[in-house]
Design a protein around this ligand. Structure first.
Ligand SMILES: N=CN[C@@H](CCC(=O)O)C(=O)O
Ligand SMILES: [Zn+2]
Length: 433
């Protein structure tokens, strides 16, 4: 047992929700409805932060006497889940947009605000002016909030720079957080988030292809920046299908995963384009067509659904049920951004269940294994299986469904958040349900 010299252990008398137990990289409808759960289980995390064993408590207990552990969590009467995965966020920015929330409540649409020079443009102005240290400070506190709500892996986009200098500043801030904070980060270049004021789509596309992406490539090759995904906001009045195609293809040629915004406010055939380009994921899809759904199912392109956006903007709900029936890999994201200010995946799952008609097991699979798949990380994250990261939540309840059922109750329900075997959040409270 040499490798177990410094072991963090979780010993349980109750339920461990594995999600899946057969090395699945994603789950479709049937699997999502039949999550793998062990009653009275135990789980062992090694000193390298990876899961070493998980199974019935008697078997694991015999293999690993408690004396071999640095840290033992007795989770009797509680339940254990994989850390939540947030597959879509815009968390690096300066300047909030609470004034625009008021405008939208009074009837303005998202595009009304955008065309009037607000929305993304407002945030770009403030983010360009902000120092890296300010961006890092606010970004870090948002990440801490996400961790407290159970997120252990989060996708983080750039996209409030729209010029080389600010896009790099944002990506460097994301990189710094990745190096210094426990939460796992998947980093996305989203230089095509909007067409900057005073520029055309053609000029912007040219700048991205000829200036921004080549510079990114240099920094990635030099090892100074790690970027995982490429994103474009494919939408009427933003990037059309042809500019979206050329930017995504160029990113793919650099080794980035395609993961973009599509079919949100208008049907754009984004889903078909993504499927054709081998996109790992497409987000939003409120306006996806039947053909788009079929194409995504065949290509195994994940649909990252964002219930907060449809809720806040009063959009039609994404067609989660049709996607699940068609065999699409459905994932969830918070879409945290100055328009949709939500750091909580438990709230996102609740909205997905009520507004998009997903069941609680479907929502949990969409916020764990399928969200990890959308980020190309489901071989290491998204379920409690041997050799995956020891990222998990311990809840103050025997029924994990409380995490979704109790709208906004996650702070009291989450007792521990563990990332790679380290306890990151310890709420030390007991509660009455
Ligand atoms: N739709 C485009 N992008 C974001 C909103 C960004 C913003 O409004 O700042 C989204 O996913 O909802
Ligand atoms: Zn977004």
């Amino acid at each position: 047992m040499g490798f177990l010299r410094r072991v963090a252990g979780v010993s349980l008398r109750d339920r461990v929700v594995l999600i899946c137990n057969n090395g699945e990289k994603f789950m479709t409808k049937h699997g999502m409805q039949n999550l793998s759960v062990i009653e009275n289980g135990s789980l062992v995390i090694g000193s390298d932060g990876l899961i070493k064993a998980v199974g019935p408590a008697e078997i694991i207990g015999a293999q690993y006497p408690e004396a071999s552990f640095d840290n033992v969590i007795d989770a009797s009467g509680m339940c254990v889940l994989p850390g939540l995965v947030d597959a879509h966020t815009h968390p690096v920015w300066a300047g909030d947009r609470v004034h625009e929330f008021a405008m939208k409540l009074a009837g303005a649409t998202y595009m009304d605000v955008h065309r009037a020079g607000g929305g993304i443009h407002f945030t770009v102005e403030h983010t360009r002016a902000a120092r890296s240290s300010e961006l890092l400070a606010s970004f870090s506190s948002r990440l801490v909030r996400m961790q407290r709500a159970g997120t252990t892996l989060v996708e983080c986009k750039s996209g409030y720079g729209l010029d080389l200098q600010t896009e790099l500043k944002m990506l460097e801030v994301i990189e710094e957080a990745r190096r210094t904070l426990p939460i796992n980060i998947s980093s996305t270049y989203c230089g095509a988030h909007a067409v900057p004021k005073g520029k055309t789509v053609a000029e912007t596309t040219k700048d991205i292809l000829q200036v921004q992406l080549p510079r990114l490539k240099e920094q990635m090759s030099a090892g100074t920046l790690r970027v995982d995904n490429i994103d474009v906001f494919c939408e009427q009045g933003v990037f059309d299908l042809s500019s979206t195609r050329s930017i995504l293809q160029a990113g793919k040629d650099m080794g980035l995963n395609i993961n973009f915004h599509g079919d949100e406010l208008h049907p754009m055939n984004s889903a078909q384009l993504g499927a054709e380009l081998g996109a790992l994921a497409i987000s939003h899809l409120e306006e996806v067509t039947d053909e788009g759904i079929a194409a995504m199912a065949t290509a195994r392109t994940a649909a990252v659904l964002l219930p907060t956006t449809a809720y806040i903007l009063r959009l039609p709900q994404p067609r989660a049920r049709d996607m699940l029936e068609a065999g699409v890999v459905v994932a969830l994201g918070s879409d945290f951004n100055p328009n949709a200010y939500c750091c909580s995946m438990p709230i996102v799952m609740h909205l997905a269940c009520v507004n998009m008609r997903m069941s609680m097991p479907e929502a949990l699979a969409a916020a764990t294994i399928n969200a990890a798949y959308a980020l190309g990380c489901s071989h290491t994250h998204g379920s409690l299986e041997v050799n995956k990261h020891g990222d998990l939540l311990v809840l103050n309840t025997t029924r994990w469904e409380h995490l979704i059922y109790q709208l906004g109750g996650h702070q009291e329900l989450i007792r521990y958040v563990v990332i790679k075997g380290n306890v990151i959040v310890d709420n030390g409270k007991t509660m009455d349900l």
